[in-house]
Structures are given as structure tokens and as C-alpha cells.
Ligand binder design. Structure first.
Ligand SMILES: [Zn+2]
Length: 81
């Protein structure tokens, strides 16, 4: 949940975007619902990630072993990596 406090004229306003949990159906990037293309209400369309499927990035290969372990382990060394 993203909440941003805005201070204006000695008053504090709360701006809440909700959770960033809406998945682009094309690339599975996560968005806030307010990022959808205007008018795409029932099935939200997003243009800021993959331009609604027009941009396709190659899949990422698994990194070499020392880096892979640092990225996937949950020990203190990996945590601070
Ligand atoms: Zn996308």
C-alpha cells in the first residue's frame, strides 16, 4: 500500500494509491490501478511497461553460480548483497 503525505498551507493531506498489485496481462509487470490506460475499466491495459505487449524483452538467463546464490539465499551475506 502506497501512502504519501502532502503538506500544503500547514495542512497535511493523505494521498493513497492502494496496493501495486494489478498485473499487466502482456508482461506481468505490477501496477497501481490508476496507471491503467484511460477507458480500460473491466480489463485494465497498461502502456508504461510494455506498451500493451508491443515491446517484448528477451527472458533473463539464470546468473552464474556465485551471483545466483547471493540473489536466492536468505543468509546475512546474501541479505546485505
Ligand atoms: Zn506490460
Amino acid at each position: 500500500m502506497y501512502v504519501h503525505l502532502i503538506r500544503h498551507d500547514n495542512a497535511i493531506f493523505c494521498h493513497c494509491l492502494g496496493s501495486m498489485e494489478i498485473e499487466c496481462s502482456q508482461c506481468q509487470a505490477l501496477h497501481w490501478i490508476e496507471e491503467k490506460v484511460a477507458g480500460s475499466v473491466l480489463f485494465p491495459i497498461f502502456s508504461t511497461c510494455c506498451a500493451n505487449g508491443k515491446i517484448k524483452l528477451p527472458t533473463v538467463n539464470q546468473p552464474p553460480e556465485p551471483l545466483f546464490l547471493l540473489l536466492t539465499r536468505e543468509d546475512s551475506r546474501s541479505y546485505n548483497f
